[in-house]
Write a protein that binds this ligand. Structure first.
Ligand code: BG6
Length: 479
């Protein structure tokens, strides 16, 4: 739809930014924190770019006051961060680490002191290693209870101050990478185990949302989903079918469960035929129905374009680009279902991610139309190389252009009728990009470190810092 006059952003729009514990905190074994699966995974040679890890990360654990002061200077209305489960329960359950609880309490107070709304992610991939060792983490139903106990402790401790909760961050990513591609812990490559772990993660997600409702906590809760809307390459019916396949497999398979409490039937039939269907009981289905979210959290970075892939076509084995060497991504797909192809109309980043602001409007529209839920954009941003000039400036015009177009796409979606609660850019400071090291930067604030040296970890405001400051200050009028 074309809008000669765009609607304004709502006055309570949450202009925010985001991070995740493992990517910013560092202090990986400080003050009683237990190890997470990521602490161990990064020690395996060849798992991350230049063996980078989050042991120190950008030292947010010790510098959170400095970072929050920068957020306040920028005028952020909201800050999304995650809690490291093993900082709270060093072994995932049982004894509580009070110092860990206190750290996040202080962070929340610091944010509120500056009128910044905390948005808390309960799980952003750093599973306590002890739970992996004891019962294989997401592959055991025991995790449902432990995850719920952990979440309830957070609701009880911080619920008086936190109004927005994200249950699981990108279940589709940590499950696919962890159990299908083997590129995240626990580095399994087994579709049957992947679908089984995914079902258990769905149950854990629903259980936490149910506990939130039953506990009568005030506020809103929902999962964050990594949604890369699909486009068919063209109108060839075979390519349209490939698009239908990828939509069911990569989007509806997760979001339908969150919003409707059921799996798409085409997926159920296919998984059954392939012998990959997990055990799904009647009580599972009842729980899924009780776990409906207040909003859909949307992590949007790019769209994907697909085409027909014959039965003897390309498989999933293609190497991804974790080096920033443009064009190094290899072809991938699922024989008989779809393959990823280049979209001739879109530019790509140095990591081969398509740059597509209209895709954000499409994502918002698809969520609103299919699920009729408000959307909280919990991540969006540009990961690129940045250069720190000798005078301490960073001219990241590419990031400004990227964010500007995406913000306008949000405004168009709002004008279309989508209820968008807020927008968290990824990320506030530069941080560790899980598999891509420190050179793939996302922040408004440059942190002076790289893969080989932590240097002084000094913070420098990039040009985009001031640009977003003005956007917030004008509630989007300056766009
Ligand atoms: C999302 C994650 O997948 O995308 C973030 O929630 C991550 O944790 C972000 O950093 C960007 O991905 P990457 O691989 O470029 O770090």
């Amino acid at each position: 739809m074309f809008h000669p006059q765009l609607d304004s952003f709502p006055t309570d729009f949450l202009w925010g930014s985001a991070s995740a514990a493992y990517q910013v905190e560092g202090a990986w074994d400080a003050d009683g924190k237990g190890p997470s699966v990521w602490d161990n995974f990064v020690k395996i040679p060849g798992t991350t770019f230049k063996s980078s890890n989050g042991q120190v990360a950008v030292d947010h654990y010790h510098r959170y006051q400095e970072d929050v002061a920068l957020m306040a200077e920028q005028g952020l209305k909201a800050y999304r961060f995650s809690i490291a489960w093993s900082r709270i329960f060093p072994t995932g359950k049982g004894e509580i680490n009070q110092v860990g609880l206190e750290f996040y309490s202080n962070l929340i107070d610091e944010l509120l002191k500056h009128d910044i709304e905390p948005i808390v992610t309960i799980y952003h991939w750093d599973l306590p290693q002890a739970l992996q060792d004891e019962y294989q983490g997401w592959e055991s139903r025991q995790i449902i209870e432990d995850f719920t106990t952990y979440a309830k402790l957070l609701f009880d401790t911080y619920g008086d101050r936190v109004k927005y909760w994200v249950s699981l961050n990108e279940q589709n990513v940590f499950i696919m990478h962890g159990y299908m591609m083997g590129t995240h812990p626990p580095a399994v490559r087994d579709p049957k185990r992947m679908y089984a772990a995914n079902h258990i993660a769905n149950l854990a997600n629903a259980s936490v949302i149910k506990a939130f409702r039953e506990g009568g906590y005030s506020g809103k809760i929902g999962p964050s989903f990594a949604f890369a809307p699909a486009y068919p390459l063209d109108c060839r019916p075979e390519n349209i079918l490939a698009y239908e396949n990828i939509s069911d497999m990569s989007a509806h398979f997760w979001m339908d469960v969150y919003a409707f409490g059921r799996y798409p039937r085409i997926m159920l039939k296919n998984l059954e035929k392939m012998g990959l269907l997990p055990e799904i009981t009647e009580s599972d289905l009842a729980l899924l129905k009780e776990g409906k979210p207040d909003f859909m959290g949307l992590n949007y970075y790019q769209t994907m374009t697909v085409a027909n892939n014959p039965l003897d076509g390309v498989g999933m084995s293609g190497e991804a680009n974790y080096t920033g060497e443009k064009g190094s991504t290899q072809e991938s797909g699922m024989p008989g279902l779809f393959k990823m192809v280049e979209n001739p109309y879109l530019e790509r980043t140095n990591w081969d991610w398509t740059i597509d602001h209209q895709g954000l409007r499409v994502a918002l529209r698809r969520i609103a139309s299919r699920y009729d839920l408000p959307v909280l954009i919990t991540e969006n941003g540009l990961g690129e190389f940045d250069t720190l000039e000798t005078d301490g400036t960073v001219h990241d015009q590419g990031r400004i252009d990227y964010l500007q177009h995406h913000c306008l796409a949000i405004q168009e979606a709002i004008s279309d009728g989508v209820e968008v609660m807020g927008y968290c850019t990824w990320s506030f400071t530069d941080l560790l990009s899980w598999l891509n090291g420190y050179q793939k930067r996302y922040g408004f604030v440059y942190v002076d470190r790289d893969e080989t040296s932590e240097k002084e970890l000094t913070r420098y405001k990039k040009d985009s810092f001031y640009w977003y400051q003005e956007v917030i200050n004008s509630n989007g009028q300056s766009l």
